[in-house]
Write a new protein. Structure first.
Lengths: 344, 157
């Protein structure tokens, strides 16, 4: 055994002490709360999604003629297919929940301020990629919801000023939702987005390590504790509990498939998944240009929030405008979501 | 042999600057044109839109003073009979592309996606649609309704 270890040590010349130090990075003691595990949870869910996603590709066929049948096959015929698809679907939903909660935590602890602005922006990019993952994911099922979500979503892109039309053609692979669209969404879902997400997660974590975890405002404690094994253990417990919860959920509520896509016939009651409810409601309330410009401004505002906060701070130093603006947008999103969920 | 500069911070010679400039410009241009090739590859080949006459059933199939939704390969079409005249609209909502539905009791077209509402003549009554429904030209020949629509048989690359 010692010879084997030495063999590897000679071939991988890394100082053990450096590795040990890196693993035992000191974390501020306020991280010892469960809510502070929210940053690592989406990364663990991403791993679960990658494994179950790869398994799903063994049976999924990305063509309009066969996509729906292949998803039905996975769900109802393939052994354990329902479990794999159910975990994939559930983990995707949980990933959005945990990313949102992590963002809310970072926002209300103001952890995005100098010098961590760039990491906030990387985080927003990761959030948008997560949503794009979800959107392209349910477009692949090719049931009615998939088809009409793809139609509406891509038409929204067409309404973007100047670059909208060429971008629409590029995404759809033609003027309408056609077989090219499904292949492109599939490519995005299993190739482009995972690559982008992996690179951004690495950059996001690297910046967290380089800056250290942001101190909690008005927390006088200066004690630290090591990332490994203390925090790692806590993160692992969260990850395992989530996996157990997911499996149990799928056992009781196995995945289903909606009616097959019928181009040219929108069903009477259609609405997207819950995380798009606020956007859906917003689009019902506004004219198309206002809806699209509002969306673009919201995303740009979210990206540039650390700088907007700095400007607000300079304008009115003791008014805590960041809480007012942040809470207003947060409340508006919740109201739009509930409004759509209840009224429909 | 020429001696190398002792450190990266040392002032660069004009010759070194020119060499870097040529290398840098070449790399940017080379990678840029390759990226352009990738983009061209991804951009679909779309044939120019042609208008074609599409058969859409018999005038007798349309309920009197009512509306019939027909699914044609070129897209869903609403056929309407006002007296003896046959009129046609594209059933695609001008907001974000869902298919509108005819509600006979209210005599309105309603889009199920974002609640866009159109009247009997395709005009917007309420909701987010930016334009009226697209009116299509209709010809009735030998007891057959033909609708003039843009051919969607694009050449897909």
């Amino acid at each position: 055994m010692r010879r084997l270890t030495r063999w590897f040590e000679e071939r991988i010349p890394v100082d053990h002490e450096v590795l040990r130090k890196a693993a035992r990075e000191p974390l501020p003691v306020h991280m010892k709360t469960w809510i502070s595990c929210l940053g690592g949870t989406p990364a663990m869910l991403f791993c679960i999604l990658a494994v179950t996603g790869i398994l799903l590709t063994f049976y999924y066929v990305p063509s309009p003629a066969q996509a729906y049948a292949s998803v039905s096959n996975i769900t109802f015929k393939v052994r354990m297919g329902w479990l794999i698809r159910g975990i994939h679907q559930g983990a995707a939903q949980l990933m959005i929940v945990t990313v949102l909660l992590h963002m809310i935590r970072v926002f209300f602890t103001r952890a995005y301020r100098k010098p961590r602005e760039l990491n906030w922006m990387l985080g927003v990019a990761l959030f948008l990629i997560t949503l794009t993952f979800a959107f392209t994911g349910y477009s692949l099922i090719y049931d009615q919801l998939s088809y009409w979500a793809t139609t509406i979503g891509t038409n929204m892109i067409a309404a973007v000023p100047l670059i909208g039309q060429p971008l629409l053609y590029l995404l759809r692979g033609g003027p309408d939702v056609n077989p090219n669209t499904l292949s492109r969404f599939y490519d995005f879902h299993i190739g482009v987005l995972p690559t982008m997400m992996t690179l951004l997660i690495v950059a996001h974590l690297a910046l967290v390590r380089l800056h250290g975890v942001a101190p909690l405002p008005e927390d006088p404690r200066r004690e630290t504790y090591p990332f490994f094994p203390d925090h790692m253990l806590r993160e692992t417990i969260v990850g395992l509990l989530l996996l157990i919860a997911l499996i149990n959920f799928v056992m009781f509520f196995p995945p289903t498939v909606g009616a097959p896509a019928t181009p040219g016939n929108t069903p009477g009651h259609i609405r997207p998944e819950w995380y798009f409810f606020p956007t859906y409601r917003w689009l019902k309330l506004t004219s198309l240009p206002v809806g699209i410009w509002g969306g673009i401004l919201f995303v740009v505002g979210l990206f540039l929030w650390p700088f907007i906060d700095a400007v607000l701070e300079r304008i009115a130093p003791r008014r805590n405008l960041w809480v007012i603006v942040g809470s207003a947008f947060f409340l508006m999103t919740i109201v739009f979501m509930l409004w759509e969920a209840i009224v429909g | 042999m020429e001696e190398l500069a002792p450190s990266a911070m040392a002032p660069r010679s004009r010759r070194e600057f020119m060499a870097n400039l040529v290398l840098g410009t070449g790399t940017v241009l080379g990678l840029g044109s390759l990226a352009n090739c990738f983009l061209e590859y991804l951009y679909p080949v779309v044939a120019p839109i042609k208008l074609v006459e599409v058969p859409a059933g018999k005038p007798g199939d349309i309920p009197p003073d009512g509306v019939r939704l027909v699914q044609l390969p070129e897209g869903p079409v609403l056929l309407e009979k006002a007296g003896n005249e046959v009129r046609a609209w594209s059933a695609i909502c001008t907001h974000l592309g869902c298919t509108v539905q005819w509600h006979p009791e209210e005599k309105k077209f309603i889009c199920p996606c974002h609640q866009g509402i159109y009247d009997f003549n395709g005009n917007v009554l309420s909701g987010p649609p930016p334009r009226p429904l697209e009116k299509l030209q209709v010809k009735v020949r030998d007891e057959q309704v033909f609708v003039l629509m843009s051919s969607l048989k694009e050449e897909q690359g």
